[in-house]
Design a protein around this ligand. Structure first.
Ligand SMILES: C[S@@+](CC[C@H](N)C(=O)[O-])C[C@H]1O[C@@H](n2cnc3c(N)ncnc32)[C@H](O)[C@@H]1O
Length: 240
């Protein structure tokens, strides 16, 4: 697969997505979305699916697609939604695109921490009804300022009134059980997670900066979020 994004991601960014090979993806739905979500993160996947069903639009852009489980199961408000998948990992893109092949998705290989290649044809600005970013932010290196670039990409992609939604595993400001804390520590040491500084206040801060109608629901150590891209203020001075 040809890379759609020219900039070379950092070693940490590469490590955060490299773990998702075919073997890991084959067990992902059962072990991560099934067992870990319920027993360790204490947020059963039905809550994430409900978040998709509440927010997914007819023109949907998905960041960090994984196996495509939620895109496969959620209810789009159109029979033939326009679906675009963005991920840095080409295996992930192949697997998730095959799973939702019935929607004929467009695929873009890109690092969501960097400005997305909107000017190169496959991605449009101000176009999408929804952007999904589920279980993505805790995989990305950096603090909230850096992770906020993902939300800035969502703002650029969304039409006014469009919705961003998803979930992320936090390490502070939420209730983390002892076994969850142990696994989080291992994943952070291996570069699979980067969430040692991820707190609820920081997530809310990044959402507040850009969106309205923000709803953040905490279940276990998972924050589920959903928010609206505001329409530009017609009375605002140009450039202001
Ligand atoms: C934990 S999986 C989540 C998959 C799916 N969204 C879900 O909820 O099951 C994280 C996904 O983000 C992708 N990813 C990690 N870092 C990325 C980056 N910097 N840019 C784009 N995708 C990235 C991984 O390849 C993987 O598909």
């Amino acid at each position: 697969m040809q890379e759609d994004h020219p900039r070379t991601p950092s070693d940490e960014v590469i490590a955060g997505q490299a773990v998702y090979n075919r073997l890991v993806l084959a067990g992902y739905d059962q072990f991560v979305l099934g067992l870990s979500c319920r027993l360790l993160w204490r947020c059963p996947k039905r809550h994430m699916l409900a978040n998709y069903d509440r927010n997914v639009g007819a023109r949907h852009l998905e960041f960090g697609t994984g196996t495509g489980y939620f895109l496969d199961r959620c209810h789009f408000p159109a029979r033939r939604p326009e679906l675009t998948l963005v991920d840095l990992n080409p295996t992930v893109l192949r697997v998730s695109a095959a799973r939702v092949a019935r929607y004929e998705p467009a695929v873009v290989q890109a690092d969501v921490l960097q400005p997305l290649p909107f000017d190169e044809g496959k991605l449009k600005t101000g176009h999408y009804d929804s952007v999904g970013a589920n279980f993505l932010l805790h995989c990305l290196p950096g603090g909230w300022q850096e992770k906020g670039e993902v939300l800035a990409n969502a703002v650029a992609a969304l039409r006014p009134g469009g919705r961003v939604f998803g979930s992320t595993i936090l390490s502070s400001g939420v209730d983390v059980s002892a076994p969850a804390r142990r696994l989080m520590t291992v994943y952070n040491a291996r570069g699979i997670f980067h969430n040692t500084d991820d707190d609820l206040t920081g997530l809310r801060w990044q959402l507040d900066k850009r969106f309205t109608d923000i709803r953040v629901t905490v279940r276990g150590c998972v924050a589920l979020f959903e928010a609206t891209n505001p329409a530009p203020d017609p009375t605002a001075a140009p450039g202001g």
